[in-house]
Write a protein that binds this ligand. Structure first.
Ligand SMILES: Cc1cc2nc3c(=O)[nH]c(=O)nc-3n(C[C@H](O)[C@H](O)[C@H](O)COP(=O)(O)O)c2cc1C
Length: 207
């Protein structure tokens, strides 16, 4: 099994989402020792600025206009990045909630790579995702608990966004591991985190 792990916490060893992702990967590797993991850390990756030639390339493509050599070169870089998604059987996002959404470096990656002819296409029926048959696992951490004070429909732009993106690229099988209340008192935070560790292992066993 080939896994693309896209991590988006800059907190290194203190990161809750990275610890959960580690449990997930360890369980997967115990299950299948041939598991290959391609790790893309959005804080370390050299992300392409999406203005200038990249933006012009996108609009040239949409308009059916020949790209300049500079635009072609940038588009090639985007296609190379897209290849990492195509090569994976499972795409794992480990993602902390930031301002009820996702960290901006992850949004940057998604905005760069989610292009026509790379991760989706258009046909007469509309948008068609190019990654069908793959699975997405979202390992999400957040300081608060969604629900009463923060109704999920209004406040969740983290998991909800990644579900929408998955659907846009043609992936219907999305599994969720959540650890909430990470900024609560240690007992509450620990209880949530422990349950999430178990869920991470369970999802890895069931893939
Ligand atoms: C810039 C920033 C914004 C944050 N915004 C939110 C938020 O809107 N809602 C929330 O529940 N937690 C928020 N948090 C807290 C993190 O989601 C929480 O600490 C999480 O457990 C971090 O995961 P990590 O340890 O994997 O980085 C924010 C943290 C940072 C650094």
């Amino acid at each position: 099994m080939k896994v693309l792990h896209i991590s988006s916490s800059p907190r290194g060893e203190r990161s809750a989402s990275l610890k959960l992702a580690q449990r997930f990967m360890d369980t997967l590797t115990e299950r299948d020792s041939t598991t290959q993991v391609d790790h893309l850390d959005v804080w370390k990756a050299d992300l392409l600025p999406f203005d200038g030639p990249a933006l012009d390339a996108k609009y040239a493509d949409l308009a059916g206009v020949e790209m300049t050599p500079e635009q072609k070169a940038v588009w090639q870089q985007i296609a190379e990045l897209g290849k990492r998604f195509h090569e994976a059987d499972v795409i794992v996002f480990s993602v902390p909630m930031w301002n009820f959404g996702i960290p901006y470096r992850l949004k940057h990656l998604i905005d760069s790579v989610s292009q026509r002819g790379v991760l989706f296409d258009f046909d007469e029926q509309g948008m068609k995702g190019l990654l069908p048959g793959k699975q997405v696992v979202v390992i999400a951490t957040r300081g608060v608990t969604l629900g009463e004070d923060y109704p999920t429909e209004a406040f969740d732009h983290q998991v909800a966004f990644l579900k929408t993106w998955s659907r846009m690229v043609g992936i219907r099988d999305v599994r969720i591991v959540e650890s909430e209340a990470t900024l609560d008192g240690p007992e509450i935070a620990e209880a949530h985190f422990k349950a999430a560790l178990e869920k991470a292992a369970q999802v890895a066993k069931q893939l």
